[in-house]
Design a protein around this ligand. Structure first.
Ligand code: UDX
Length: 446
């Protein structure tokens, strides 16, 4: 099947590569000529396990193409994916200018029936807007070509994007036209074997499903972070509580890890966007607002521990920081807790020596101008001469470090752990002062 994907960002590129891998003929269109050129040369703009070989292979085998030529893109695909960004507006609502620009482009050049699939996370009602923009453009051209707009949200996780896309748990399709369902089944057939993962619904329900899924997951995290704050004050251990409640199959073990707050390109943006949507229709979304507030506070948890220990003036102090990306297996630093932490430390005069297995270039790009940040080549180097170690991301390589070496390298054996990687008792026996999230022990030490 011929497919066109507008927007070679995270979602667009992964989706395109995976569709090409199963045999579809996929044309990717982006306005960024440099990105397109790089992709043709096998340079992938993001770090994502398995993506580089997949893109290279399918490009070389001729099923995956990259271009800036929008007209050619429109001619190519019977299926036209919109996978461009929806950055937050100043007020937190999703900015649809890129989505509507693609809709206009498709209508500008189409000469035969097209199915337009919204992959971007877009507010409820966007499909109607896309349709309206396309109708208006077609009318201005004076042509009468039919089209369908489908809501087909993406649920991939960064760090596992390729496998999530290859083996989706569900394929949500929002359409108002039964006649195109067969076409959509054909498109997704290779991902829909053994049991039917396609969930068909009306367009608005599909659009809301995406937000509801992300907001539910964000709610689980903020809920656990709230309980962790209670645990800390009550002398309980949130890690025990987590296991205790996770064993209830109605609750489950996933997404109940307390920490130094959620980040990334989805949760913060989507929670804020749904809050805005609710407010625009005169509804006060109390739970969502609390989810957002708890998360913002949680990102200040590690700085608070640090002030508690060292006082608010951190002039002359150096902190080793392990983990910069918003989660492991990505170089993405959007809304990362590490940024809130570093900015808080810098504001109080501290120096930061940071290490991350993948996000060093990204950190350099964002903070390279700062003289109070040193990017270190290894996690061991980051420790040298620092007053304490702070952990923001749970990379595998941080999970079983050489504690004796840490003790030797740091000026004082202090660890502020935003991801609860270690056993407080064991660390205490080894002579460490260990602050972690929601573990009564960290309060007792303080
Ligand atoms: C998320 C959704 O999982 C995905 O389905 C959607 O399509 C896009 O948004 P992603 O942003 O890649 O994916 O990351 P995810 O693995 O969900 O983690 C988000 C954040 O929550 C990270 O900062 C992570 O550290 C944090 N988190 C996750 C917790 O703090 N505790 C948890 O139990 C789980």
């Amino acid at each position: 099947m011929k497919v066109t994907v507008f927007g070679i960002g995270y979602v667009g590129l992964v989706q395109a590569a995976v569709l090409a891998e199963v045999g579809h003929d996929v044309m990717c269109i982006d306005v960024d000529a440099k990105k397109v050129e790089n992709l043709k040369n096998g340079v992938i703009p993001i770090f994502e396990p398995g993506l580089t070989p997949l893109v290279k292979k399918n490009y070389e085998e001729g099923r995956l193409h990259f271009s800036t030529d929008a007209e050619m893109g429109v001619q190519h695909g019977e299926m036209q994916f919109i996978a461009v960004g929806t950055p937050p507006d100043e007020d937190g609502s999703a900015d649809l200018k890129y989505v509507t620009a693609v809709a206009r482009t498709i209508a500008q050049y189409m000469t035969s029936h097209k199915v337009v699939l919204d992959k971007s996370t877009v507010p409820v009602g966007t499909a109607d807007k896309v349709r309206a923009v396309m109708e208006e453009t077609l009318k201005a051209r004076g042509v009468d070509v039919s089209f369908d707009v489908v809501s087909n949200p993406e649920f991939l996780k960064e760090g596992a994007a390729v496998s999530d896309c290859m083996r989706p748990e569900r394929i949500v399709i929002g359409t108002d036209n039964e006649d195109i369902v067969d076409l959509l089944r054909e498109l997704y057939e290779p991902f829909n074997r053994n049991h039917d993962r396609m969930i068909l619904m009306d367009i608005r329900s599909a659009e809301l499903t995406k937000y509801a899924a992300n907001c539910m997951l964000a709610t689980k995290i903020s809920f656990m972070n709230e309980i962790s704050n209670l645990a800390e004050r009550l002398g309980a251990d949130i890690e025990k509580v987590r296991m205790g409640i996770g064993s209830d199959s109605r609750i489950g073990y996933s997404f109940i890890y307390p920490g130094c707050g959620y980040g990334g390109s989805c949760f913060p943006k989507d929670v804020q966007a749904l809050i805005r949507t609710a407010q625009q229709i005169g509804y006060t979304p109390r739970i969502l607002q609390a989810v957002e507030e708890v998360n913002q506070d949680q990102k200040l948890k590690l700085p608070e521990f640090i002030y508690r220990h060292f006082g608010e003036n951190l002039e002359g102090k150096t902190f080793a920081l392990w983990g910069l990306s918003f989660k492991p297996n990505t170089d993405d630093m959007r809304e990362a807790s590490s940024r809130v932490l570093m900015e808080a430390l810098w504001e109080r005069g501290a120096q930061v020596q940071a290490y991350d297995p993948e996000a060093m270039d990204e950190t350099q790009r964002i903070y390279g101008h700062r003289s109070d940040l040193k990017l270190m080549g290894t996690k061991e180097a980051a420790l040298q001469g620092a007053d304490a170690l702070v952990i923001c991301t749970e990379w595998q390589s941080f999970k079983a470090p050489d504690f004796d070496a840490i003790k030797k390298s740091l000026r004082q054996p202090i660890i502020f752990d935003g991801r609860n990687l270690y056993d407080p008792e064991r660390l205490s026996k080894r002579g460490f002062v260990y602050y972690a999230i929601g573990r009564g022990a960290s309060l007792n030490i303080a």
